[in-house]
Structure formats: structure tokens, C-alpha cells
Design a protein around this ligand. Structure first.
Ligand SMILES: O=C(CO)[C@@H](O)[C@@H](O)COP(=O)(O)O
Length: 225
């Protein structure tokens, strides 16, 4: 009988989880074609599981997910890993609390990113999930860890699990890949609501004390505990 080690079982589970979570990105209108990606850290190991680059969302399976080390080198997999692997590996190396990273090109959030404008905290849902404005990170060319550096330097100074990388798109982080997907979904909803509000007037900022109270309730009380 073959003994499946813990890490092998963990990778098997994460392959399935990451493959299934990818379907949420087109489902919520956060990506088109093959844009965007999801990754998860392998707990207790210097490894991550990420999408194969340029593969249609319809063709993503647990088997074609790619396992990489935290330098972005392929450890297990028959496909080239996502173009954002080095960036996401950088995030995992420098933010140990992060268990999942998501990247999208969701249209309303990208419109804010194209202006290099943070999304102000003018809705209770923004306060709940992001604890303040959704910040903008620097313009960075894809392909090495410069996007990762921009994500880390921006998120280190913010409660937000989302960052709008200037002229590019959304990167979100969370303790799990699912929580990072949730942040990406809510980031686009907030970007759209505030965009629409700005068409007909100036949205009203929420007092910081109320933002703090809303964030604390949502993060620590809301839902089934
Ligand atoms: O962000 C970009 C292009 O701007 C891509 O890296 C990304 O959306 C999708 O790339 P992958 O298919 O994950 O390699």
C-alpha cells in the first residue's frame, strides 16, 4: 500500500480547490478569455499551487494546476505556470499570513486602476471587507517580481485585502484562496457602486470610527461563527 505523505495529500486537495475556485472568476464577470489567476500556499511548505498560463477556464482541472516553489520554479506539473507566478511567490515569501492570492482584470476596478485612483470608502460593504479605501499600487511590468513588490509594499500599509495595480488590475490576498476570491468579487462590486455614484454626485465619506466599527463587526461577528 502506498503511503501518501501529508504534503502529497495537501497538494492533491489544493489542486482541486484552486481549479474549482477559478470558475468563480468568469462566473462573477471578473475576467475574460484567459486573464486572471488564483493560487494557494501549501501550508507548512515553501510551495504554491497556481493556474497554468494561458489555459482556457473551461479546460482548467486539478491535474493541470502547477506546483511551484516560492521562487516561482516548477516543482510538479506538465504546463508552464501563470505569468504571475513570480509576483505571487514574492507575496507568499513576504506576507506569511497570506494563504491565497487572486489576480483579475475586473472592468470597474481596472477603470480605477487606469486612473491610479484609490476607491474611497463610501459604502458599508467597503468598510466591512476592506476597512477603508482600496489602495493603488505602482505600475509594474509583468514577468518578474516587480508586481509582487508593489503588492506587498502597498498592502503592508493597509487593512485592505485588495490592491489596484496601476494601469493593470486587481490583486487580492487572504488567509485562504477562497477568501482572496471573495475579496476580488467584493472589490469589483465596490468599484462599480462607487463609479455609478460618482456619475451623479459626490459620494459621502464614512467617518473613520464608523469604518472601524463596521470592519470589526464584519471580520469578527458577521455570519455563522
Ligand atoms: O495580467 C496579465 C496580463 O496583463 C496576465 O498575466 C494574467 O491576467 C493571466 O496570465 P496567465 O494566464 O495566468 O499566465
Amino acid at each position: 500500500m502506498s503511503v501518501v505523505t501529508d504534503v502529497e495529500q495537501s497538494i492533491r486537495n489544493l489542486r482541486r480547490e484552486v481549479a474549482v475556485l477559478h470558475a468563480e472568476l468568469p462566473r462573477y464577470g471578473l475576467v475574460v478569455w484567459t486573464a486572471g489567476n488564483v493560487s494557494a500556499r501549501v501550508p507548512g511548505h515553501e510551495l504554491l499551487v497556481i493556474k497554468p498560463s494561458g489555459v482556457s477556464y473551461d479546460d482548467l482541472t486539478p491535474e493541470n494546476m502547477v506546483v511551484c516553489d516560492l521562487e516561482g520554479r516548477v516543482v510538479e506539473g506538465d504546463h508552464a505556470p501563470s505569468s504571475d507566478t513570480e509576483a505571487q511567490a514574492y507575496v507568499y515569501r513576504h506576507l506569511p499570513e497570506v494563504g491565497g492570492v487572486v489576480h483579475t482584470h475586473s472592468p470597474y476596478a481596472v477603470a480605477w486602476a487606469a486612473r491610479g485612483e484609490p476607491i474611497p470608502c463610501v459604502t458599508t460593504m467597503c468598510a466591512d471587507e476592506f476597512g477603508g479605501e482600496i489602495p493603488v499600487g505602482p505600475f509594474a511590468i509583468i514577468g518578474d517580481d516587480s508586481i509582487g513588490r508593489g503588492i506587498v509594499e502597498t498592502l503592508r500599509g493597509s487593512r485592505s485585502p485588495a490592491v489596484l495595480m496601476q494601469n493593470h488590475g486587481v490583486f487580492t490576498v487572504g488567509p485562504t484562496a477562497k477568501s482572496a476570491v471573495k475579496a476580488a468579487v467584493m472589490c469589483e462590486d465596490v468599484a462599480r457602486s462607487v463609479h455609478l455614484s460618482r456619475q451623479l454626485g459626490q459620494p459621502i465619506p464614512i467617518e473613520q470610527s464608523s469604518v472601524d466599527a463596521l470592519y470589526d463587526r464584519y471580520q469578527n461577528v458577521y455570519g455563522q461563527r
